[in-house]
Design a binder for this molecule. Structure first.
Ligand code: EPU
Length: 420
């Protein structure tokens, strides 16, 4: 496993462009199984979760070709596919759950060993299963796997999600495209990646209205063709670069990120004293390294358009040196702030109490040997290390490679002293 070394105290400058959004690309690869003609995704980032998804697609019998940033999923007959997902691939990422609906619809039976991913607290799949059961699937839950069967095509249904789960909304939207009749999903999640997945499915011929709102209606049973599709830019990668500039100081331009996708993070940057200048599809973030960031923030995460849970550790990292205490409450996951241990090792006064993280601010951060606890927590430790005196070593960096093509290299190109 690689170690990342970050010497703090270097300001950032330059331009950077986020790749395609991980959380769009991963469901889109699964959704491609529903297409009857080639599905071409452009701008697919080089992430270990993408590698795992391509391996999973091949393991279940799909034909996949990758050429640079373009991935093509070629159609195969139903009989060429199996619904048996290998445990090693299912357990390597949360996104293996996206294969439940397409494989059930295509093969009639899917067995999915329980998905892995970041350990952010309990991550059940009950809403995915309840929705698919309402559409007619027979669900069998074992200790470490779920098996779903159908005797006939799934049926459209009027289903209310118990809470607006991003993953379950995507699962049920995909299932509804293959089901017969109309499906109405109520209490759906509204994240931009859901609208992006709906756009892909529509490009392939699906009839979906209301995606991006809490009520999604799908007219199912239409045979899908193919699509050539470019996913959204990665809003959490863009947020990471912005947090890095705020932590290290300097001025960077994040090109092509569509500033509106950064949601509540840009107002936070402004409130903390950064200059934020949207320009067209991009945004410039400037922080005077001679002045501390303003603290005193109280942040609560939530579903889109509220403050993104994935941005919470990144916001925490930049506010460690703020001039006043701040606190962040994560409404989505029980264990979002496992990175607090690393922050404390760097000299920050932080207290993680369940879903709440209290930051005293005013920390003179110093280097430490820290471990990435999860994907965004690992990125947050890198952001904090940019403002720390000395060279921080970060281990267990495989988590970071799941969601960023080359974060150390990208920060180094912006002027950080960062290497593997
Ligand atoms: N939940 C249930 N039952 C379910 C599904 C979800 O109780 O059947 C709960 C979860 O336990 C969690 C909450 O609902 O407490 C929210 O989970 P959600 O399903 O919305 O999240 P997800 O689909 O597992 C995706 C992203 C996450 C991102 C969240 C929230 C992917 C692959 N992952 O996860 O991204 O934090 O939505 O926006 O799309 C990341 O990129 O690092 C990451 C963790």
């Amino acid at each position: 496993m690689q170690t990342i070394y970050i010497q703090g105290g270097h300001t950032l400058a330059g331009h950077i462009r986020p790749a395609g959004a991980k959380n769009s690309v991963l469901p889109l690869l699964a959704a491609s199984l529903l297409c009857g003609e080639p599905a071409v995704l452009n701008g697919v980032p080089e992430l270990s979760d993408v590698d795992t998804s391509l391996a999973l697609l091949r393991a279940v019998g799909a034909q996949v070709a990758r050429c640079g940033g373009a991935v093509t999923v070629h159609p195969v007959a139903d009989t060429a596919l199996t619904g048996q997902v290998p445990a090693a691939l299912a357990g390597a990422m949360r996104s293996s759950v996206f294969y439940l609906a397409p494989l059930l619809c295509r093969t009639g039976c899917v067995r999915l060993p329980l998905p892995g991913g970041c350990r952010l607290g309990p991550r059940p799949v009950d809403i995915h299963l309840a929705g698919l059961a309402a559409m007619g699937a027979q669900v069998e839950v074992e200790a470490s796997a779920v098996t779903l069967r159908r005797r006939q095509p799934l049926c459209g249904v009027d289903f209310t999600l118990r809470l607006p789960s991003v993953g379950a909304t995507l699962t049920l939207m995909m299932a509804a495209c293959a089901a017969s009749g109309v499906t109405v999903l109520r209490g759906a999640a509204c994240e931009p990646e859901i609208e992006d997945t709906a756009n892909f499915l529509r490009a392939a011929g699906a009839s979906i209205t209301g995606s991006g709102t809490p009520v999604i209606t799908v007219q199912g049973g239409r045979a899908l063709g193919g699509a050539v599709f470019t996913p959204l830019p990665d809003r959490i990668a863009a947020t990471t670069y912005a947090a890095a500039a705020a932590s290290a100081g300097g001025r960077i331009t994040i090109e092509g990120c569509r500033p509106a996708l950064l949601g509540e993070f840009l107002p936070l940057l402004r409130a903390a004293g950064c200059e934020v200048q949207p320009s067209g599809e991009g945004v410039a973030v400037t922080r005077d390294p001679g002045r501390p960031l303003r603290g005193g923030h109280s942040i609560c995460t939530g579903g889109w358009p509220a403050f993104a849970t994935d941005a919470a550790p990144l916001a925490a990292a930049m506010l460690l040196t703020g001039d006043a205490p701040s606190e962040i409450y994560d409404a989505m996951f029980q264990n979002r702030f496992a990175c607090a241990e690393g922050f404390a090792a760097m000299g920050a006064a932080v207290r993680a109490e369940g879903r709440r993280l209290r930051l005293e601010g005013r920390a003179p951060l110093h280097s430490a040997a820290v471990t990435a606890p999860d994907l965004r927590g690992g990125a947050a430790l890198m952001v904090a290390a940019l403002a720390a005196k000395g060279t921080t070593t970060l281990t267990d960096t495989g988590h970071i490679a799941r969601g960023y093509p080359d974060l150390p290299g990208e920060l180094a190109r912006l002027g950080a002293a960062c290497r593997r």
